[in-house]
Ligand binder design. Sequence first.
Ligand code: ZN
Length: 412
Amino acid sequence: MSNSFLYKLSVDYLHELSHPQVMTVKLYEADPYLREFTATITKVEGDWVVLDRTGFYPGGGGQERDRGTLDGRDVTGIKGKEEISHQVPGHDLTVGSQVKGILDWDNRYGLMKAHTGEHLLFSSLSRRTEMELVKISLSKEKKVLIVKGHLDWDMVRDAVQEVNDIIAAGAEVTCQHVDRENMGEGGPRVKLDRISDRMVRVVSIGDHDSAACAGVHLKNAKEIGMLLVSKFTSAKPAGDWEIEFLVGPEAIRTAVDHSVRSLILAERMGALPQDSLTAFDNRDRELTRARDSLKTYGRLALSSLQPVKLGERNYYSGSFTGLDRKLVMDKANEMVAGGGSVAALVCQDDKTFLVLACSTDVRLDCVSLLNSVLSQHGGRGGGKPNFASGGTAGQVEASIIIDEIIRLLKMS
Ligand SMILES: [Zn+2]
């Protein structure tokens, strides 16, 4: 035995003597349905108290810690693996005293449903594609699974159907401790590099899923009620997927709401619900075609504008409905590119949009001219001395605007 090894042993021993670690009995492991418990304080360090036994799950495996009270005071933090410490701000507890712990049961039971549901969802998705778990995050407010793999909407739908079939059939959840030496290929899902103990706790849901897990679970999958994926979107980095889900009454309420919205959408598309996606794609293509046509005709109409003489200047003006604003601005720039020209183009949609441009050799402040017209109709704009654009508060007849510009140009 080397000297350095002996030295380390003695240092560890001295550390143990000055900071004795007391194992806290994890009542939630034997009975995850325990809502209240009594315990004895074994250590006090400021706001933090260690108990000889606890029903509070300190969090882990992506699941948020429990919420609740110790002797009526809020537990605002829980830490430790073997010696579990509870943060109770303002407490007057001392070593040896008895305390009563009460869990926020609604919160815990919801998380047990989410956690057990997450086991089922992950294994159902894994059966359909090669997949790797990146992160789990389960709280009252949000339940998220981030995975890496080749997933699509069909797989998500099939997996959610399967999970709900398992829930409806009522699969039993069981725990057993297995020697890590016996956990081989085809066995439970496990990341042995993250586990130091020889015996690994394995949680099984019927014959649907088996995974190493130290968390709190339901007795039977039936208690989940329902599981619904409420969001499926690509997450950063590329190749990762974020899957948000709901369980229990919240899943049912949301499923009903989403279903009614999808029926309304199908009705507005004039299609059967099962055909609504195809109907949407057709409508989308029609819209793209209509936009392209409008652009083509818009370009033609803008190109056919002929200037009139206003003093020494060439003056272009015109009014258009529903044209792309950028197209109108580009054309105004083209019209004044040759020198000695002014262009005033009005574009009508739900508001009235005005573009005013002049050649660089024309001494005109387009911004102030444009604003003196638009301000009469509750509008404003901005830009540079030879190019300005802006809109009115509502729709204004184009001829009123164009006449006003001509009047002001004649004065300038
Ligand atoms: Zn688990």
